[in-house]
Design a binder for this molecule. Structure first.
Ligand code: ADP
Ligand code: MG
Ligand code: MG
Length: 945
C-alpha cells in the first residue's frame, strides 16, 4: 500500500498557483492522467514512481507556469523560484545530497516535456549543478577522477549549446582536437587529464562566444535552464511543428528537474532506449539499443554505434532480466506497448521515461492481438486499438524500406491515398490509356485531375498531382479505386504540353516515359523504380484473427460492390458476405459488347414504332421490320453474354446473396459524345464524304440528348419506356440462376430496380419483370430463389418508403444519387468546381460524397422507419460509396441497417469499422478516441498498486 500524498491543493507554495509537482521514494504528487498539466514526460515519471518502479526523484514545473511566463511578458511568475528552492530542498532530502555542496553534490537534469512529444523543444541538459567545487565532491565520492571530468565537460558542452546558444560545432571541434592529441578514436579513450584540459577549452569557447564566464552558481544555472525550456516553446522549430500539426500554442511545456543517475560510471553502467516490443513487426521481444559506460543521448546521437539491446543480456544478465520484467510491468500497467528510456548506474536500473510506442500498421495489429491473447486488454479493446486506416495500409503494396531510403526523392506532397506503385510518367489521361494498351505501367502526372481524366486514372498505377487537397478529385477517386495518390505537391511544376515535370525544391526533373515511384502513404515520389513488397491478405495471420474478433462484435453484415467474378472472388477472400451492387451497365461497356449495345439503341426507335403498328393492327414498314429484327437479334446476343456474366457471379458468391441492379444510366452514355460526332459529320459533309451510318448515329445521339441526363430518362423510367432491356436482364438473371442450380450451386438472386420515386413505378416494373421471371421458370420447369427490391436514392422515394415497401423485398440506399439530389449538386461539377473550396473554407464540414451528410442520414432514417413499419422483414443496406467509409459506417450502424456494401478492397476495413461502430453504440454515446484513451489511462491508474 502506498501512503496517500497530501491533497494536491494543500501543498505549500509561495507562488499564487501550485506550479510544482514532485515525486520520489515511491510517492508522487501527480499521476499519468495529468498530461495537460505535467506534460507527457512528467506524467509518465509520476506514474512510474507510483507503480513502484525505480525512478530518480525530481519535480515537474507545470505547463501552466510556462503559459504564465509568457503572459507575464517573459518573466517567471512571482514566487516560482522560491517554490523551486523548496522543491530542491525536498530533493536533497530524498537523495541525501546537497545542491551546490562541495562534499556531497546533488546534480540534476533539466528536461522539457509538453503534453505531446514534439520536436523543436529544448534538449535535455544533464549534470546541472557542476562547477569547480562540486566537481571535487563528485570525484571524491565516486573515487573516479575520469568520471568527474567526463561529467563536467558534458555539462559545459550541453549547457553551452542548449542554454547559452553557443554553436555546437565549437565544442565538437575542440573534442576532435583533444582526441587527436591523445591519439584516441572514441570519447571513452580520453583519460582524466585529457578531459580536464578539454574542460578548460570548453570554458574558453563559452567566454569567447558569449563574452561571459560560464555560470558557476548551481542556482543560477538552474534558473537559466528553466527559462531556456520555457523560451523554447516559442522557438522557430517548435512553432513550425505546431503550425503544421495544428497543435495549439497554449498547451505550453513543462520542465522536469530530475536527480542525476550516471550511466558513465564504468562498465557496470550504461544507458539505453527500448521498445517493449518490436515497433516494426510487433514481435514480443525487447527492441532497442544500449551503450555501456555512456550518458544521456549518446545512444540516439550515434556517438558510438550502439549494440542491440540483446547484448545487454550477456553483459549484465541480471539487469537485463530486470529490464524485461519492468517492460512487462509497464505494459500491464499502461496496457500498451511502451517506448522507454533507462540508465544503469553500477548495476542498478533506473527508469527515465516511458510513453506509448509509435508503431507501424503491421505492429499495431499484431500487438493488439497479442495483448488480448495475453489477457492484458480485452478483445473489444484490441479491435478498438487499430484504426481503419491502418487496415487499409496493410492491404496496400509498400516500397522495400532499404531501396526507398536510397532512392532519389523527386518531391513531397500530400499523402492522399496510401500504397506504393511504380510506373512510367505520362502527362495526359489519353496517354495513360495509350501506354497501358501497349503493355506499359504508368503513373499519371497532372496539375490536377477532373472527371475527364478518369479513364487515365483507372489504368494508371498511381496518380501524382501538383494541386488539390485531401478531398480533391484526384484524392477522392484514387481512394475509391484503391490507387496510391500523392496530391497537392506544391513544389512540382507540371508542364503538360511539354510532357515534363520538375521540382523547384530538389531541382529533379522527369519527362514522359521516365520511371517514377509513388508512395501514397508518405506523400513522396521518387525518380526511378523502387522495388515493392506486396502485402497479401492471406499471409497476415494477426490481421485475420483481429478481423475474426471484429466479426463476432459487429451487427452489420459487409457486402461488396462487384461487377465481375474476379472482383467477387477477391471480395469473398476479404470476407464479403454478399454482393450489394452489381452494376450491369459496366458489363455493357466491356470489350466488344459496346457495338452490340449501340446496334440495339440505334434500332430501338424504329423497332418500337413497328411494335406500335402491330399493336394497332397495322403492318410495319419494311424499314421498321428490319429494325425490329436487328433490335431483337442484338438483344438476344446481349442476353447470352449477360447470362454468362451472372453465372460467373453466382458461382463466385455461391450461397450468398447477389444484388443485381437493372440498367441505370441514360442510353446516350453508350453512344459517342454529341459534339465529337457532330464535328465528324460536319467535317465529312464539307469534304462531301458524309456517310450514312455516321449521320444516323448523329441523329440518334441528338434524339437521346438531354439537358440534365441524370434527371432524365434513366433508371426505372427508362425501364418503363423501353422495357426490353430490363426484361432481357431479368431473363438472363433467372436463366443464370437456373443453370448454376442445375450444376449443383446455390444462387440467391436479388433483382434491384433503380431510381424509384413513386410506388407506381415500382409496381409496374415489378409486374412486368415478375411475369418474365415466372415465364423463365415455367419453361425451365424449375424454380430458383429470387426477390425484387429497389434502390432508395431519390428523396421522394425515401419520404414515401412506406408505400414503396409494399412492393419491395429489400431497400438499398444509393447514397451517391441521394446525396446529389438532397444537396441539388451535380457531383462531377461540384467536385470540379467548388466542393474542395467548400470543405477547405469550412462551408461544409466534409465532402458529403465521402462521408454521409446528416441531412441525407435523416432521409435514410425516415425511409428505414417507414419501410420497416410497412414490412418488418424488409432487408436494408447501403450500396453508395459511403458503404466503405468508416465514419459513414458508424452512421449506418445507428440507423440499424442490415448491411453495408463497399468495393472489394475496402471489405476488411469495413469489417473493422462495423465492429467499432457496434462497440461505440453499445457503450452509449460514441466516445472519441481521445476520451477513450483517457478512460484507459484513468482505469490503469486506479488499478495500479
Ligand atoms: P527527450 O525528450 O529528447 O527524450 P529526455 O529528457 O528524455 O529527452 O533526456 C534524454 C536522455 O537524457 C534520457 O534518455 C536519459 O538517458 C538522459 N537523462 C535525462 N535525465 C537524466 C537523469 N536524471 N539521469 C540520467 N540520465 C538522464
Ligand atoms: Mg531529445
Ligand atoms: Mg527521452
Amino acid at each position: 500500500m502506498r501512503e496517500p500524498s497530501p491533497p494536491l491543493a494543500s501543498r505549500a507554495h509561495r507562488a499564487p498557483k501550485r506550479y510544482l509537482y514532485a515525486w520520489g521514494d515511491g510517492h508522487a504528487d501527480g499521476d499519468g492522467s495529468m498530461r495537460d498539466l505535467l506534460g507527457g514526460k512528467g506524467a509518465g515519471l509520476a506514474e512510474m514512481t507510483k507503480a513502484g518502479l525505480c525512478v530518480p526523484p525530481g519535480f515537474t514545473i507545470t505547463t501552466e507556469a510556462c503559459n504564465d511566463y509568457f503572459a507575464n511578458g517573459e518573466r517567471l511568475p512571482v514566487g516560482l523560484l522560491d517554490d523551486v528552492t523548496a522543491a530542491i530542498g525536498a530533493l536533497e532530502r530524498k537523495s541525501d545530497k546537497r545542491f551546490g555542496s562541495p562534499e556531497n553534490p546533488l546534480l540534476v537534469s533539466v528536461r522539457s516535456g509538453a503534453k505531446l512529444s514534439m520536436p523543436g523543444m529544448m534538449d535535455t541538459v544533464l549534470n546541472l549543478g557542476l562547477n569547480d567545487a562540486t566537481l571535487q565532491g563528485l570525484v571524491a565520492l565516486t573515487n573516479d577522477e575520469r568520471f568527474g571530468w567526463d561529467a563536467y565537460r558534458r555539462f559545459i558542452q550541453m549547457f553551452g549549446r542548449i542554454v547559452l546558444g553557443v554553436p555546437g560545432e565549437r565544442f565538437d571541434e575542440a573534442l576532435e582536437a583533444a582526441k587527436h592529441r591523445a591519439g584516441a578514436r572514441q570519447d571513452v579513450e580520453l583519460d582524466a587529464a585529457a578531459l580536464r584540459s578539454l574542460v578548460a577549452d570548453y570554458r574558453a569557447i563559452v567566454r569567447a562566444e558569449t563574452g561571459r564566464e560560464f555560470p558557476s552558481d548551481p542556482v543560477v544555472q538552474l534558473e537559466l535552464a528553466i527559462v531556456a525550456v520555457f523560451k523554447s516553446w516559442f522557438g522557430q522549430r517548435a512553432c513550425d511543428y505546431r503550425k503544421f500539426h495544428k497543435i495549439p500554442d497554449d498547451l505550453g511545456t513543462a520542465v522536469n528537474v530530475v536527480a542525476m543517475v550516471f550511466g558513465n560510471r564504468g562498465d557496470d553502467s550504461g544507458t539505453g532506449v527500448a521498445f517493449t516490443r518490436c515497433p516494426n513487426t510487433g514481435g514480443n521481444a525487447l527492441y532497442g539499443e544500449y551503450l555501456t559506460n555512456a550518458q544521456g543521448e549518446d545512444v540516439v546521437a550515434g556517438i558510438r554505434t550502439a549494440p542491440k539491446i540483446a547484448e545487454l543480456e550477456s553483459a549484465m544478465p541480471e539487469v537485463y532480466a530486470e529490464l524485461v520484467r519492468i517492460a512487462g510491468r509497464l505494459e500491464r500497467h499502461y496496457r500498451d506497448v511502451q517506448d522507454i528510456e533507462f540508465t544503469i548506474e553500477r548495476g542498478r536500473l533506473y527508469m527515465l521515461q516511458t510513453r506509448a510506442a509509435k508503431r507501424t500498421a503491421a505492429a499495431a495489429v499484431r500487438i493488439a492481438v497479442d495483448l488480448a491473447n495475453e489477457g492484458i486488454i480485452t478483445r473489444e479493446e484490441a479491435v478498438q486499438r487499430v484504426t481503419p486506416a491502418q487496415i487499409e495500409q496493410l492491404l496496400r503494396d509498400q516500397f522495400d524500406e532499404k531501396a526507398r531510403a536510397a532512392a532519389p526523392r523527386l518531391a513531397k506532397g500530400l499523402n492522399a491515398s496510401p500504397g506504393a506503385a511504380v510506373g512510367r510518367a505520362v502527362f495526359t489521361a489519353d496517354d495513360a490509356v495509350e501506354w497501358t494498351e501497349r503493355g506499359e505501367r504508368v503513373v499519371l502526372v497532372r496539375v490536377e485531375t477532373s472527371p475527364d481524366d478518369f479513364h487515365g486514372m483507372a489504368v494508371a498505377e498511381a496518380i501524382f498531382t501538383a494541386r488539390g487537397g485531401a478531398t480533391s478529385h484526384a484524392a477522392v477517386v484514387a481512394r475509391q479505386i484503391g490507387k496510391p495518390c500523392v496530391a497537392g505537391c506544391a513544389e512540382l511544376v507540371v508542364d503538360a504540353s511539354a510532357k515534363r515535370a520538375r521540382s523547384i525544391e530538389t531541382g529533379l526533373e522527369i519527362g514522359e516515359g521516365d520511371w517514377l515511384s509513388v508512395d501514397g502513404s508518405s506523400g513522396e515520389a521518387f525518380v526511378g523504380e523502387v522495388p515493392t513488397v506486396s502485402a497479401r491478405f492471406e499471409d497476415q495471420p494477426a490481421l485475420h484473427t483481429l478481423l475474426s474478433w471484429a466479426d463476432e462484435m459487429r451487427r452489420l453484415e459487409i457486402w461488396t460492390n462487384a461487377d465481375k467474378p474476379e472482383e467477387a472472388t477477391q471480395a469473398r477472400i476479404y470476407g464479403a458476405q454478399g454482393i450489394g451492387l452489381c452494376r450491369t451497365e459496366h458489363m455493357f461497356r466491356e470489350g466488344d459488347r459496346l457495338p452490340i449495345v449501340r446496334r440495339t439503341i440505334l434500332a430501338a426507335p424504329l423497332a418500337m414504332r413497328a411494335r406500335a403498328a402491330r399493336a394497332a393492327g397495322q403492318a410495319p414498314t419494311r424499314e421498321e421490320s428490319i429494325a425490329c429484327w436487328t433490335f431483337n437479334a442484338a438483344l438476344a446476343e446481349l442476353e447470352k453474354l449477360q447470362q454468362s456474366d451472372f453465372e460467373g457471379l453466382f458461382d463466385a458468391m455461391d450461397g450468398l446473396p447477389v444484388v443485381i441492379r437493372l440498367l441505370d444510366p441514360p442510353l446516350h452514355e453508350f453512344l459517342p459524345n454529341l459534339e465529337e460526332q457532330l464535328t465528324k459529320v460536319v467535317r465529312a459533309e464539307a469534304l462531301d464524304e458524309a456517310n450514312d451510318a455516321d449521320t444516323k448515329l448523329l441523329a440518334a445521339i441528338r434524339s437521346l440528348h438531354e439537358q440534365n441526363p441524370m434527371l432524365g430518362l434513366r433508371g426505372c423510367r427508362l425501364g418503363l419506356m423501353v422495357p426490353d432491356f430490363v426484361k432481357m436482364q431479368t431473363r438472363a438473371v433467372l436463366n443464370a440462376a437456373i443453370a448454376v442450380r442445375r450444376a449443383g450451386g446455390r444462387p440467391i438472386a436479388k433483382i434491384m430496380i433503380p431510381l424509384v420515386g413513386h410506388v407506381n413505378e415500382l409496381d409496374r416494373t415489378r409486374a412486368l419483370l415478375e411475369a418474365e421471371a415466372r415465364d423463365v421458370e415455367r419453361r425451365a420447369g424449375m424454380s430458383v430463389e429470387y426477390s425484387f427490391g429497389t434502390m432508395i436514392e431519390v428523396p421522394r422515394g425515401a419520404l414515401t418508403a412506406d408505400e414503396i415497401a409494399r412492393s419491395a423485398d429489400f431497400f438499398s440506399f444509393g447514397t451517391n444519387d441521394l446525396t446529389q439530389m438532397t444537396f441539388g449538386y451535380c457531383r462531377d461539377a461540384a467536385e470540379r468546381g467548388f466542393l474542395l473550396k467548400y470543405v477547405e473554407e469550412k462551408v461544409l464540414p466534409a465532402n458529403p460524397f465521402q462521408t454521409l451528410d446528416d441531412a441525407v442520414v435523416d432521409l435514410m432514417r425516415v425511409a428505414v422507419s417507414k419501410g420497416r413499419a410497412t414490412k418488418p422483414s424488409l432487408q436494408l443496406g447501403i450500396c453508395g460509396e459511403h458503404g466503405g467509409d468508416p465514419e459513414s459506417i458508424g452512421k449506418c450502424e445507428q440507423l440499424g441497417l442490415d448491411y453495408v456494401s463497399c468495393s472489394p478492397f475496402r471489405v476488411p476495413v469495413a469489417r473493422l469499422a462495423a465492429a467499432q461502430a457496434a462497440l461505440a453504440n453499445r457503450a452509449g454515446a460514441p466516445p472519441t478516441r481521445l476520451l477513450r484513451s483517457l478512460r484507459i489511462i484513468r482505469a490503469a491508474a486506479q488499478r495500479s498498486p
